[in-house]
Design a protein around this ligand. Structure first.
Ligand SMILES: [Zn+2]
Length: 456
């Protein structure tokens, strides 16, 4: 593969027609505008950058749709969902992890994600005491086999809560002390390569001590890798943080750390006005996961305030109740429309909401994954998505509204091909390994659910 031709392409400086893109060793090496196809090996309809999925717990893909029945007590919330998730996590060993993650990553590629940050805390295999690398290898192998670009984010999980210094029995799978954890982070470097890099993470303020967070943040700063943390997802976490620190979670983080664009704060759902303004000023990315946040009943992020302050956003499919970046963006906007009774909330700098959401998430996703992606220009990674310009879904849409159509009516996405690192991973809407991976996934999930149901 050396060159493709696109009738339309969304480049870093906007939409262009009759574009020739050339690649070498995984990067874009030349872009020509207003040219003929010439010797291009493939003629594409519409080319857009691939998006980063900046927050994934791959194993939770197996739980999607299995927690939607009302419990006898009728008080279902995030914390009752978490019990079901723990029951599943307790049965995911490395071989199951690989089958589930590979399926999730293939689904991501087919829907237009070309990279993923795997926020990984299932470090220990069931029954194992100390953290090994089997679970990490399962993640790296599934990313490599699917062809998605991976930012592996090992996550420290030390304790059950702000004032509960030990993990619960279910959390022991995730737990390590900070020395073991930093050793694991350092071991993970030997698994990196052209399409695999590392970040580092803390599960949440409630799950790590101040001293450990200092050391993780220092490691991220030293190595220049993205630093991820769940924050202010649930009101209970805000109340607990106020009780212990007399500060709200984001407020406390801002007071104690030098946040910058290397930090990725996942959710940040419950912020007040001062926190929203002060956090946006740091340049930190907020990773929003609207389909999961809606599914778990988390609450609504203050998107309008955030974007007015110039805050960076990324998107993630988190629990994988949905794997479709355009659906994440749709619900990000729809949540705001429903609560403000207005339209086109995220169209601050462009007249088109879909385009502004897409370009914001592409840029923020690149920051959150620490990858040179999310834009098509010379020197950037050759990670892109080809849309079928003959699709009925795009009928009558010119360059102004193609992304609006994808975000607001892309229920069946007109994705023809997907390229990562200069290689086609999806062709004619189909991933090359979908059949075998799907069959393996079905077998693994049936076994897992049979076992977890038997335990209930
Ligand atoms: Zn998460």
């Amino acid at each position: 593969m050396t060159a493709i031709f696109a009738r339309k392409a969304l480049l870093a400086d906007g939409w262009h027609e009759q574009v020739r893109l050339q690649f070498d060793r995984g990067r874009i090496t030349a872009i020509e505008r207003g040219v003929i196809a010439g010797d291009a090996e493939y003629q594409a309809g519409i080319v857009i950058p691939g998006l980063a999925n900046a927050h994934s717990h791959a194993f939770q893909r197996a739980l999607a749709g299995h927690t939607e029945s009302r419990s006898p007590k009728g008080k279902d919330n995030f914390w009752t969902w978490r019990n079901r998730m723990y029951a599943l996590a307790g049965r995911v060993d490395a071989s199951r992890m690989k089958a589930i993650a590979r399926q999730a990553y293939i689904e991501m590629l087919c829907s237009g994600y070309t990279s993923v940050a795997e926020f990984h805390y299932l470090h220990n295999e069931p029954g194992e005491k100390r953290s090994g690398t089997a679970m990490l290898e399962a993640i790296v192998d599934s990313a490599t086999e699917s062809g998605i670009r991976l930012t592996y984010v090992p996550v420290l999980y030390e304790r059950a809560g702000f004032e509960e210094p030990q993990p619960t029995a279910e959390q022991r799978r995730f737990a390590s002390n900070v020395d073991e954890f930093l050793q694991h982070y350092s071991d993970a470097a030997s698994f990196t390569g052209d399409t695999v890099t590392c970040g580092i993470g803390a599960h949440s303020l409630r799950a790590v001590t101040r001293e450990s967070l200092d050391r993780i943040a220092a490691a991220a700063n030293r190595d220049g890798v993205p630093m991820h943390i769940h924050i202010a997802e649930q009101r209970r976490e805000v109340e607990q943080c106020l009780a212990v620190h007399d500060r709200r979670p984001v407020e406390w983080l801002l007071e104690n750390y030098q946040l910058d664009s290397n930090w990725c704060l996942v959710h940040a759902t419950h912020m007040d006005t001062e926190e929203t303004q002060a956090l946006a000023r740091t340049g930190a990315v907020v990773c929003l996961c609207p389909s999961t946040e809606a599914n778990l009943g988390d609450g609504l992020f203050r998107l309008q305030d955030w974007m007015q302050q110039g805050g960076h956003i990324a998107i993630g499919s988190d629990s994988h109740i949905s794997i479709n970046p355009f659906e994440e963006l749709r619900w990000l906007e729809y949540g705001q429309r429903l609560i403000t009774e207005q339209r086109n909330i995220a169209a601050l700098s462009h007249q088109h909401t879909g385009r502004n959401l897409f370009e914001s998430a592409a840029a923020g996703g690149a920051l959150a994954t620490g990858q040179d992606t999310g834009r098509l220009e010379k020197g950037a990674m050759a990670d892109l998505v080809v849309l079928d310009d003959e699709s009925p879904m795009l009928a009558g849409h010119g360059i102004d509204s193609i992304l609006d159509a994808l975000v607001f009516s892309g229920f069946t996405l007109p994705i023809d091909r997907v390229m990562v690192h200069g290689e086609w991973q999806v062709v004619n809407g189909r991933h090359r390994a979908a059949q075998a991976a799907g069959e393996e996934y079905v077998r693994v999930v049936r076994d897992l659910l049979r076992e977890t149901e038997a335990d209930r």
